[in-house]
Design a protein around this ligand. Structure first.
Ligand SMILES: Cc1ncc(COP(=O)(O)O)c(C=O)c1O
Length: 389
């Protein structure tokens, strides 16, 4: 990655396919037997998707367009599910036409639509979580209560669908193992209730939420998620769920950022380092970069990406607020999260932005303020015939 960043003469996002592959293999080793379905929204880049498919990953698609992209990798329709609880009749019918038979749901209304437009399909009901402990909670828009889930899966059965299971998402960039523990406790109680209603799930989808490791919080402090503990809690939780269910249980995971975040980086450049006085008379230094919230660093208001200034490894530094190039005040790191920046950095000097492989390409706007999405390149990766991907 460092060689690719150094070789880039212009701004670009670079994805390290071998790094993503290693991350995928490490996850499979931590959670043996769990089927991985990559949450495509985190990195809908053809080469990344194809590489993951080649390694055996399935896909969590949010609509028919993502289903088409997933199928383009050669993935079998059975390894793709429609993981979005929000879907129109038309989108359900289109996904069904494309071969998808596996749908997330969280409401009676959605179940009725799936029964009509994707008859006989399997549905799994998403349970709401608090989102506590995550940088992005995902707690209100999706998921229903355990009581609702009994009704939703009962309605699925009554309308000829297969009530195949349950799902949760503990929130994105989840920082605590307790969130998994609590989600699994809720699932275990619900599995018992479902069994009493004659519904025996055959699958639990433990969602996304596993963290990136190389990012900082919005004040610039390293985020150190207890990944080993999370895996232990998940492994023990799977055993517990298997023990309470009346039939065999398979497990799915739909990770997004954990697979790609730390294996993507941006070669950006310095727009300018400036020094200004605020209205209260205090002085503030600002480093403006060529990319920001609207062209690659969408999450920069909630976290900090690590920056490297390859042409200025030593020398004098100033503490500056980092911001993107647009005329939008959201396009900046938090103002109390100063970053050490070389005092003599000049307009045009390269800046490397690390661990920004998740939610970078997909969230880039189509030229907000005239700043185009960055081009991307992929390094590494082996195609099935042994050629470089
Ligand atoms: C349904 C679903 N699954 C998985 C993910 C991936 O989440 P993460 O990137 O936190 O792993 C998301 C992201 O929002 C999602 O909505």
């Amino acid at each position: 990655m460092r060689a690719a960043l150094a070789a880039a003469a212009e701004d670009a996002i670079i994805y390290d396919l071998d790094g993503i592959g290693r991350q995928y293999s490490a996850l499979c080793a931590e959670l043996p037997g769990v089927a991985i379905r990559f949450a495509m929204k985190a990195c809908p880049v053809g080469e990344v998707l194809a590489h993951l498919a080649h390694l055996g990953s399935g896909f969590d698609a949010a609509g028919p367009q993502e289903v088409v992209e997933a199928l383009r990798t050669g993935a079998a329709p059975e390894s793709i599910h429609y993981g979005n609880t929000v879907k129109s009749d038309r989108n359900i019918a289109e996904a069904y036409r494309l071969g998808v038979r596996d749908f997330a749901t969280d409401s009676i209304e959605d179940v009725a639509a799936i029964a009509e437009h994707a008859p006989g399909s399997r549905v799994f009901c998403r349970i709401a979580t608090t989102g506590d402990g995550a940088l992005w909670g995902l707690s209100h828009k999706f998921g229903c209560s355990p009581d609702d889930a009994v009704r939703v899966l009962g309605a699925a059965r009554a309308t000829g669908l297969v009530p195949s299971g349950l799902s949760v998402h503990v929130g994105s960039q989840q920082m605590t193992a307790e969130a998994w523990f609590e989600a699994i406790e809720t699932l275990a109680a619900l599995v018992e209730t479902l069994n009493r209603h004659g519904i025996v799930p055959d699958r639990i989808n433990l969602g996304g939420g596993l963290p990136a490791l190389g990012v900082l919080d919005r004040h610039g402090r390293p985020l150190e998620p207890p990944l080993d503990k999370m895996f232990t809690v998940i492994r023990e939780g799977m055993e517990r769920l298997r023990a309470v269910n009346a039939g065999p249980l398979d497990f799915l995971l739909e990770p997004g950022r954990h697979l790609v975040a730390d294996h993507g980086a941006i070669r950006a450049h310095t727009v300018r380092l400036t020094s200004r006085h605020r209205l209260d008379g205090t002085r503030e230094d600002w480093l403006y970069l060529s990319c920001g919230k609207f062209n690659g660093l969408y999450e920069m208001d909630q976290l900090q990406y690590r920056l490297e200034f390859p042409t200025h490894p030593d020398g004098q530094f100033v503490n500056a607020v980092v911001a993107g190039p647009t005329c939008d005040s959201d396009d900046a790191y938090a103002q109390d999260g100063m970053v050490r920046v070389p005092r003599t950095i000049a307009s045009g000097d390269p800046v490397w932005v690390h661990s920004c492989g998740a939610y970078a390409a997909a969230y880039a706007t189509q030229g907000f303020n005239g700043f185009s999405p960055l081009p991307y390149t992929c390094i590494g990766g082996r195609a099935p015939d042994g050629e470089g991907a």
